[in-house]
Design a binder for this molecule. Structure first.
Ligand SMILES: Nc1nc2c(ncn2[C@@H]2O[C@H](COP(=O)(O)OP(=O)(O)OP(=O)(O)O)[C@@H](O)[C@H]2O)c(=O)[nH]1
Ligand SMILES: [Mg+2]
Length: 357
């Protein structure tokens, strides 16, 4: 199997804020698992297609037998409570689940409903956000307290890297102690490597989902909770139970008829600095995930690991130009198709045919 990136996003938040309801809504559109044979699926793990209208259009043009979209893995994590970092509730289990995620969705309840119990008696979005962020930070401090003596020992042994890491820790620990997440610390490339190896919880990018009921007052939430999407999770879950036509009809009658779940999935992609390139042919039209700034040979390596070594060139056309022309032969004829070499940086929306040996 090739080295496909499968992003994993953990859904966190206080108990009873709508995490599982959001997870249910998202996983209604579960992918054909056969395309992702390397995944072990547990009840709280779901793999969800990344919606991409470009795929349908290109597949139609190429008369493809199948469409293979990219996917994101969501993990529904049980509610975190104050003290989780010290093992409160199911603390350690949750935190281990979060550690495996590439990014975090924090669900914040922003509506009052006396029928739905809130752990702190009443939802106060700003405080609720703080409780969760702080637990992640406290856990990180715990991790660093265990890690720092090792770094110090290596530094004393004359290890140059350890000295650099030690300097980072001298800045990072007080930063966390001020209640700031590791992701907000300004660091250089070398320090980013250390941070990556530490896999801290508060270093992961966060998307805030503000759960608001359309028929209830939306409580204020802090502007620094960014990026954020306002979603009526209960409504989205109800819509996800209808067939596509009925859901669309219901949606157009709403004050904000946009598809929030599509938006959420795309936002996760952006959050992680990822892009998509496409391949299309009679067999399949397919989307491939690459990190922003990826060069052509590495992109080829996503399709098959041998392609990276054997890379000769990439024939590239932007998806819209290909559709306008109507066929691969047409873009070749008219010179719209560009031949690119090893240094080409792949762009989101490029349709590519790789030549390899
Ligand atoms: N009115 C309203 N109720 C909601 C909404 N989202 C969730 N609920 C209700 O809130 C309750 C808790 O929802 P869950 O999705 O189970 O919450 P959770 O965050 O997974 O809770 P834990 O797993 O216990 O941490 C359920 O009774 C939901 O029906 C919403 O947008 N509006
Ligand atoms: Mg739940």
């Amino acid at each position: 199997m090739s080295n496909i990136i499968l992003l994993s996003v953990g859904i966190v938040g206080l108990p009873n804020v709508g995490k599982s309801t959001l997870f249910k809504a998202l996983t209604k559109r579960a992918v054909d698992i056969q395309n992702y044979p390397f995944c072990t699926i547990e009840p709280n793990v779901g793999i969800v297609e990344v919606p991409d209208k470009r795929l349908d259009l290109l597949a139609k043009m190429s008369d493809s037998k199948k469409i293979v979209p990219t996917a994101i893995q969501f993990t529904d994590i049980a509610g975190l409570v104050k003290g989780a970092s010290k093992g409160e509730g199911l603390g350690n289990q949750f935190l281990a689940n979060i550690r495996e995620a590439d990014a975090i969705i924090q669900v914040v309840r922003a509506f009052e409903d006396s029928n739905i119990v809130h752990v702190e008696a009443k939802p106060r979005p700003a405080d609720d956000i703080e409780v969760i962020s702080l637990e992640l930070i406290l856990k990180d401090l715990d991790t660093l307290q265990k890690h720092a003596p090792k770094v110090e020992k290596n530094m004393k042994g004359g290890d140059k890297d350890a000295a650099l890491e030690h300097a980072l820790l001298l800045r990072l620990i007080p930063f966390l102690e001020e209640g700031k997440p590791a992701k907000d610390l300004e660091i250089n490339d070398k320090e980013a490597e250390f941070l990556k190896a530490l896999n801290l919880l508060s270093a992961k990018p966060v998307l805030y989902i503000i759960n608001c009921s359309s028929d209830k007052t939306i409580l204020n939430y802090p502007a620094k909770a960014k990026p954020a999407l306002e979603i009526d999770i209960k409504l989205e879950n109800e819509l996800s139970e209808l067939n596509a036509e009925e859901a669309e009809e219901m949606r157009t009658a709403l004050p904000h008829p946009k598809n929030c779940l599509d938006e959420l999935i795309s936002a996760c992609y952006t959050l992680l600095g990822l892009e998509t390139f496409l391949t299309t042919g009679e067999d399949e039209t397919r989307a491939w995930t690459i990190p922003t700034g990826c060069k052509a040979p590495q992109a080829a390596g996503k399709i098959h690991s041998d392609f990276e070594k054997g890379f000769i060139r990439a024939d590239v056309v932007f998806w819209e130009d290909l559709l306008k022309a109507g066929s691969w032969a047409k873009v070749r004829e008219t010179g719209i198709l560009k031949t690119e070499g090893k240094e080409y940086v792949v762009k989101d929306g490029d349709v590519i045919e790789f030549k390899t040996n």
